[in-house]
Design a protein around this ligand. Structure first.
Ligand SMILES: *Cc1c(COP(=O)(O)O)cnc(C)c1O
Length: 359
């Protein structure tokens, strides 16, 4: 594999205090970059000082959105060690997303190495207060300068990272979500299974309307019948009705969340009955009314997010008394324990970083 060149900043900054951290506002001293050109392949992998880049106004990503990204985290345990969570699975997903957008695949080992090397170079930026982490954003954009609609002949893969605050500062906080019978995020046969820019652009209008009605997020229903659950904002949706755990299948319209997979794996480890099948909204409302329902979202940002209220066609349905359910809490505690190295990791999800200095 090509060696990653490292150029260190001449002006290292002081990372902000952990208490001031939010999400996605502060970035570390370095970034990773690597280009693709037709005929040459991916080349020049390197860690460089964090910097803006210039793009020609005709660069195709700015017009047609041929872009994908991913999101994962590094955690500092009480032992001081830094762990990447499921980095190989995230690397594989970069290529899965890229596949839908006609982006040439990147050697998976290089993606892992790009993330590992960057986080090792900036490891003093990984915060240590419980709940905080270093968020990592691999991104690929199409860079050809051409206003025709076709796959680009050149690309930039880059990775930026930044420390982020605890998602739950005062215990888990159930969210209110609105099932939309009007707007659609993605459809089967579309790009719903890719982490691509356009899906988030498509979600903004519906999400804003939900927020105006006092909800945090939209629960997207399927684009054909407006009846079956797809997913929530940047989370997959999961629920428990009596003693069965349900989640929508990977039908091409939803993202194959890695937290979704972690939760399903743990639930099966625990011997619970788990079904990946279409879930109609009426089934959820009936279970909510009968008090047989627990519901949560799964995603890298929040890990597990309890749902305390569901809105649909002008009605509000309280779920599990508006409180965090037992299973929801157990999933959260177990995954977070693996991330910070305080719980056993039987599936080898955490990758320890080396403390060796680079360059
Ligand atoms: C990122 C994302 C998820 C969650 O995926 P994780 O791998 O668990 O972080 C779910 N749905 C959408 C639309 C997403 O963008």
């Amino acid at each position: 594999m090509t060696e990653i060149a490292i150029t260190r900043t001449a002006h290292p900054r002081q990372p902000p205090a952990d208490e001031t951290l939010q999400f996605g506002r502060v970035f570390t001293d370095h970034m990773f970059m690597m280009e693709y050109d037709a005929g040459k392949g991916w080349h020049d992998p390197r860690v460089v000082p964090y910097q803006p880049f210039t793009l020609d106004p005709a660069t195709c990503v700015l017009h047609y959105g041929q872009a994908i990204f991913d999101g994962l985290k590094a955690f500092r345990g009480k032992d001081g060690q830094v762990r990447l969570f499921r980095v190989k699975d995230h690397a594989a997903r970069v290529n899965k997303s890229g596949h839908y957008l006609c982006i040439p695949p990147i050697d998976e080992a290089m993606i892992v190495d790009s993330i590992r090397t960057l986080v090792e170079v900036d490891q003093n930026w990984v915060p240590s207060t419980p709940g905080t982490s270093l968020y990592i954003r691999p991104t690929v954009i199409a860079t050809e300068t051409f206003l025709g609609v076709h796959p680009s002949s050149s690309y930039l893969y880059y990775v930026i990272t930044g420390p982020v605050g605890a998602y739950y500062k005062e215990g888990m906080n159930p969210v209110r979500i609105l099932a939309s019978d009007r707007y659609v995020r993605a459809v089967q046969g579309g790009l719903g299974a890719a982490k691509t820019a356009g899906n988030y652009a498509a979600s903004l209008y519906g999400a804003e309307e939900a927020q105006n009605q006092g909800y945090t997020q939209v629960l997207w229903l399927d684009g054909v019948h407006h009846r079956y659950l797809d997913e929530v904002g940047t989370m997959n949706i999961m629920l428990r009705i009596d003693d069965e755990v349900l989640t929508p299948p990977l039908n091409g319209a939803i993202l194959a969340g890695i937290t979704r997979d972690s939760a399903l794996t743990l639930l099966r480890d625990w011997g619970l009955k788990v079904s990946e099948r279409p879930i109609a909204i009426d089934e959820v409302l009936d279970a909510a009314k009968a008090g047989r329902l627990e519901m949560w979202g799964t995603g890298t940002a929040a890990v597990i997010s309890p749902v305390g209220e569901l809105g649909y066609k002008g009605e509000r349905y309280v779920i599990n008394g508006g409180k965090t359910g037992e299973l929801t809490q157990k999933l959260y505690d177990t995954i977070v324990g693996i991330q910070y190295g305080t719980a056993p990791d039987p599936h080898g999800w955490a990758t320890l970083l080396s403390n060796r200095p680079h360059g």
